[in-house]
Design a protein around this ligand. Structure first.
Ligand code: BDR
Ligand code: CA
Length: 316
């Protein structure tokens, strides 16, 4: 199995991403690191610990680490709209964690774990603001050439954002970090909002998970129903994008998506475009590609993949 560290801010779609990762024999999740994003750091740590208990098995023993409590160069801003509910998991209450976070800082733990592994052993899946990842690559530059790849949910290369007209939440929350990671020279795979929005999970799937009734399937179904209710307010569908789960799927089955090579960076100074992902798909800059950027997805294949993995691993 492919060893991964998941850097996240759960968050409903982060929660589904964790459930999918642990349901997938292709992946061995060696650590879950957290960063402020959808909700504050204390809350995302708590949510990650609760989710690991819910998943059980190997997850209940995976180190969960506290990372950065806010962006590198800007004040922490909480999302204007609490899309994930006040506590981040759409009002779904999971039992109090049975353990505390692993001691130490997420960034130092990641560096150590990457160093003790073989070269290219670890893939990082980043489903949150890129603060921890940028700090890792900056403070511990030796890990750059040891990482197999960083798979990122973030940006909206070919479409409008969800936080400003130009920017997606994860990149907008810490644009300097996103830019630093984009230009760090580590192989990247970027799954942006324009693509995650093509791969919707319908209400019927959320209801089927609730009906299944096992603890993890019903929690997943209830979280997704919350997200669908929020998504339906802005989009004329009874369905939702599960952004972060698509990034995990991209790490397992890149063939579910279409990709283009491009030089990418992130706008940090724009008056209206701060946090926008800029992808030079037509080679205007002459700079060599530094990322594979998703351009499309087989939406039905992803929907079926996610549902079957959740049902097979967690179903009653
Ligand atoms: C991203 O922002 C967060 O709200 C989600 O968890 C996802 O990582 C989508 O823009
Ligand atoms: Ca997230």
């Amino acid at each position: 199995a492919h060893r991964v560290i998941i850097d996240c801010d759960p968050g409903i779609d982060d929660a589904i991403a964790l459930l999918l990762a642990y349901a997938s024999p292709e992946l061995d999740v060696v650590g879950v690191t957290t960063v402020a994003g959808n909700v504050g750091l204390d809350q995302v740590v708590d949510n990650a610990l609760r989710l690991c208990d819910l998943i059980g098995g190997a997850a209940a023993a995976t180190p969960v680490l506290r990372g950065h409590a806010g962006p590198l160069a800007r004040a922490l801003r909480h999302p204007d709209e609490p899309v994930h509910g006040a506590y981040g998991l759409g009002g779904v209450e999971l039992p109090t964690p049975t353990r505390a976070a692993h001691p130490g800082h997420a960034v130092d733990w990641m560096a150590e774990r990457i160093r003790v592994g073989a070269p290219q052993e670890i893939t990082l899946i980043a489903t949150a603001p890129l603060t921890n990842v940028a700090a890792l690559l900056h403070t511990h530059p030796d890990v750059r050439e040891r990482l197999a790849e960083i798979v990122i949910m973030g940006g909206a290369a070919f479409a409008p954002g969800n936080t400003t007209p130009a920017a997606e939440f994860n990149f907008h929350a810490d644009p300097e970090a996103a830019r630093y990671v984009a230009e760090a020279g580590v192989p990247l795979r970027i799954v942006g909002l324009d693509v995650t929005r093509k791969a919707l999970t319908p209400l019927a799937d959320a209801e089927a998970l609730i009906a299944d009734g096992a603890p993890a399937t019903s929690a997943a179904g209830r979280m997704l129903s919350h997200l669908i209710e929020r998504y339906a307010r802005r989009h004329a569908v009874r369905a939702c994008a599960v952004h972060d789960a698509l990034a995990v799927a991209a790490a397992i089955r890149p063939d579910l998506l279409q990709w283009t090579e491009a030089w990418v960076t992130v706008e940090c100074a724009g008056e209206f475009t701060r946090g926008a992902l800029v992808a030079d798909v037509h080679g205007r800059t002459g700079l060599p590609s530094n990322a594979k950027v998703a351009t499309g997805v087989d939406a039905e294949a992803f929907r079926a993949f996610l549902m079957s993995r959740l049902r097979d691993r967690y179903g009653a």
